[in-house]
Design a protein around this ligand. Structure first.
Ligand code: ATP
Ligand code: LTN
Length: 334
């Protein structure tokens, strides 16, 4: 039986991933790659929709790839590649732009948020077209399943609409993908502001745990995490969001139920909980960080792995692109 095709990606928008990326994306991807024909991309074309420093982008792309691999994405079992290495992404995105309504694209909430945040002068046509490029990523591979966070649901719905529209207008070409929303329990919040999602692009780094930071720094951030004055180690998202967040991270990384943690820490202070959590986080990330360093110490080997995977991705993508070019009526070059 052939495995179901799966596609997901992440932007190389920072030197290091944060623990939310690890728990919300890399861990589920790692288990999905065993049962699916998985494609995971580092979406550098998307990363330039906001201003990027070229040297940093190149460096962050390699570093992101190394973190995927060190966290358990197996470049032999899944297709792990850099988006710009496969020209078909930009080529299909252009075609999709021509069947996307201006109003439809204007309704994307990520665009509305980001353009408000960056201001009119920094809002580019590229940022506006972000979702059609994402649709191209997904549709090129005849993807059935797209695991993403809730914030990306609207983009996958647009992708479905565009696929159905193209199929209706030009004949059956694309598989209509399903969205798989990552579990809400896997949403990690900022340690200093447990009501907002932890994010690579957070303004302050005080509440962000980076995969690649020194374990002493991680420990300090956890010990300083915002909690409450109630004192009880109880999971209550509504009234005790800080403690609930610490328990979530602990439970996922230690592979223990929240209940067993509540039992273990009952009657003890938050200090003990934080110490225990710091132990679990650093013992998870120490070996990953060491492996990332090994991979980065041999950039030629890392680049070779990415090239092999990109060649496979291009083969699949070019087949879809050729059909699209034919269906829309482009003359074949001789
Ligand atoms: P940026 O700030 O650059 O948007 P980000 O850290 O918010 O970055 P993305 O690159 O947008 O992360 O997302 C990559 C993947 O990580 C997505 O699948 C997303 O759902 C997941 N992810 C990001 N942050 C969290 C979080 N705090 N909790 C759970 N999952 C997360
Ligand atoms: N926009 C996504 C990253 C992304 C993606 C994709 C996810 C780009 N292309 C294709 C799934 C499928 C994000 O910001 N998390």
């Amino acid at each position: 039986m052939t495995k179901t095709r799966l596609y997901s990606g992440m932007q190389p928008s920072a030197e290091s991933l944060q623990i939310g990326n690890y728990i919300g994306a890399l861990l589920p991807w790692k288990s999905l790659q065993q049962t699916h024909d998985a494609f995971f991309s580092i979406v550098d074309l998307h990363a330039i929709t906001v201003a990027q420093d070229p040297t940093a982008l190149r460096e962050n792309t390699r570093r992101t790839a190394a973190q995927y691999i060190a966290a358990g994405i197996d470049p032999a079992a899944s297709t792990l590649y850099v988006q710009s290495h496969v020209a078909a992404h930009a080529q299909l995105a252009w075609v999709l732009n021509t069947i996307t309504g201006y109003g439809e694209a204007s309704r994307m909430t990520q665009f509305k948020d980001k353009s408000a945040r960056h201001g009119a002068d920094a809002t580019t046509v590229g940022l506006f077209a972000y979702p059609t490029l994402m649709a191209a990523d997904i549709l090129l591979y005849q993807t059935s399943l797209v695991p993403v966070g809730e914030d990306q649901r609207q983009h996958v719905e647009l992708t479905r609409d565009l696929a159905a529209r193209f199929n209706a207008r030009f004949g059956d070409t694309f598989t209509i993908p399903e969205v798989a929303i990552q579990k809400e329990t896997a949403k990690i919040y900022d340690l200093q502001n447990p009501l907002s999602k932890m994010s690579k692009s957070a303004e302050s780094h005080a509440g962000v745990i980076w995969l690649l930071e020194d374990s002493a720094v991680t420990r300090k951030k956890i010990m300083r995490a915002v909690t409450d004055t109630d004192g009880g180690v109880v999971f209550d998202r509504e009234n005790k969001p800080g403690v609930a967040n610490l328990l979530t991270i602990y439970s996922v990384l230690a592979e223990r139920s929240v209940q067993s943690l509540e039992d273990e820490y009952a009657g003890r202070g938050y200090g003990d909980l934080k110490k225990g959590l710091a132990e679990v986080v650093t013992s998870t990330f120490d070996p990953i960080r060491a492996r990332v360093q090994e991979l980065l110490d041999d950039p030629a080997e890392l680049d070779r792995l990415l090239a092999v995977n990109a060649a496979h991705a291009a083969e699949v993508a070019n087949e879809t692109l050729a059909t699209v070019y034919d269906r829309v009526g482009f003359l074949q070059p001789r």
